[in-house]
Design a protein around this ligand. Structure first.
Ligand code: SF4
Length: 420
């Protein structure tokens, strides 16, 4: 692939816009893209677009070869009750509407983690809403309870928003709180609640959410004490290309000093059930990115982060299986996790299911001539030769694992407000 692709790119560079050619020459010769380069690459079309996608694919190959990784994991979103009102979030329920609010007790969280472990999962991803008057020790208690029963499972848990809330509720500093979680057994943090790291945009789509500076503070502190995190960006709503370029540069700047990000995950806005779409408050909101923009954002992410973050992940929940396969030729090298109980995108209207089994992930990867590799949460390869996944043969996942819709509609784990 390399020699043929190199000469193809070389020829293309002579035929495209000088600004795009200059940006691609910069990154292909090993240097970092500037803000202006990133902006130029986000606006391309025609031959320029082909040159950008091909260059991202080429650099993906140089870093990752043709290996595409995935992790066997389960999401446990233990409550949908939340004191915040993020405009893109259809998952959360107002605590005053108990008829659709649920709260899983700790023993149920542990049962779900144990079930996933027995089915071959190596990770549980734990995130939820922010329930009012929460016990500040809750996240620590959940972590300790899981680790007591399953010491070897990796806990990828608690977004920066939750870390901030936990620290406030337990009257400790962010650092003290993170140290407690690390001691309890949290292995890494999801870098969610980033959306777009521009305060103006955050004030529009999620006023009252963790601020840009607070997000950076939690992430830098986690990295400083040795907790790795992912990095995300949600786009396709009200942001501009300038916002996207600044966000990616913010992530790169953090990584240059901390080296604590494991991957970058661009996340398409899912609009169908999002309150900022259904309420009609916004007149000029984009209803998610176009397919072209999705390809471009993944490719430009690879090109912008090339010397700093080795892994660009596609979210199959947001993009679907077919688009995920296409993105494996646009700079992406990781398919994320099996998830088992995806709730957040599903509740917002994503139609791609709550589980993708290891067998299906592997065949999606091999169908586009790449090599599937199971990884752990911090991107170490797991030798899965001959490994059987009981998860592959579960016939009725909704019945076996329960679904988000069942949780919001059943009385089994109904949330009770602490004042009642
Ligand atoms: S995104 Fe998180 S913080 Fe915002 S409303 Fe939803 S659950 Fe709450």
């Amino acid at each position: 692939m390399t020699i043929a692709t190199e000469s193809l790119i070389e020829n293309l560079l002579t035929e495209i816009k000088p600004s795009v050619s200059q940006a691609l020459n910069t990154v292909l010769s090993g240097n970092d893209l500037s803000y202006q380069h990133i902006l130029d690459l986000l606006c391309v079309s025609n031959k320029d677009l082909i040159a950008v996608l091909l260059s991202a694919d080429y650099l993906r190959y140089k870093v990752n070869g043709d290996k595409v990784s995935y992790v066997v994991n389960r999401n446990i979103n233990f409550t949908n009750v939340c004191i915040k009102r993020c405009g893109f979030c259809a998952f959360s329920r107002d605590f005053r509407h108990e008829q659709q609010s649920y709260f899983l007790p700790i023993d149920e969280v542990v049962r779900r983690a144990k079930q996933a472990w027995d089915l071959g999962a190596t990770e549980v991803c734990i995130q939820a809403g922010l329930p009012p008057k929460m016990d500040g020790d809750l996240y620590v208690n959940i972590t300790e309870a899981i680790k007591r029963d399953i010491p070897d499972i990796h806990i990828h848990g608690f977004s920066p928003e939750e870390i901030l809330y936990g620290s406030q509720r337990s009257k400790s500093t962010i650092k003290e709180y993170l140290i407690r979680l690390k001691d309890a057994g949290v292995g890494s943090l999801p870098g969610t609640s980033a959306e777009i790291l521009e305060q103006d945009v955050r004030n529009k789509i999620a006023p009252g959410r963790i601020t840009k500076n607070q997000w950076i503070d939690v992430i830098r502190t986690a990295h400083d004490i040795g907790i790795k995190t992912s990095a995300t960006m949600m786009y396709g709503h009200v942001e501009t290309n300038e916002n996207i370029a600044s966000h990616i540069l913010e992530i790169r700047n953090i990584q240059k000093t901390t080296h604590g990000f494991t991957e970058f995950v661009p996340l398409s806005f899912v609009h169908e059930e999002a309150p900022m779409n259904t309420s009609g408050i916004f007149s000029n909101i984009n209803l998610g990115p176009s397919a072209l923009k999705v390809m471009l954002v993944h490719a430009v992410s690879r090109l912008s982060l090339i010397n700093h973050i080795n892994n660009i992940q596609v979210s199959w929940v947001k993009e679907g299986h077919m688009m995920s396969q296409i993105l494996l030729s646009c700079g992406v090298n990781d398919m994320g996790g099996t998830l088992i109980n995806e709730s957040i995108s599903t509740s917002a209207g994503a139609k791609h299911g709550q589980l993708t089994s290891p067998k299906v992930l592997k065949s999606l990867i091999t169908e586009v001539n790449k090599f599937p590799v199971e990884r752990n949460s911090i991107y170490k390869e797991i030798d899965s030769n001959g490994r059987n996944y009981p998860l592959d043969v579960v016939e009725n996942p909704d019945k076996e694992f329960g679904s988000y819709f069942e949780l919001v509609n059943s009385k089994s784990f109904r949330y009770k407000h602490p004042n009642k």
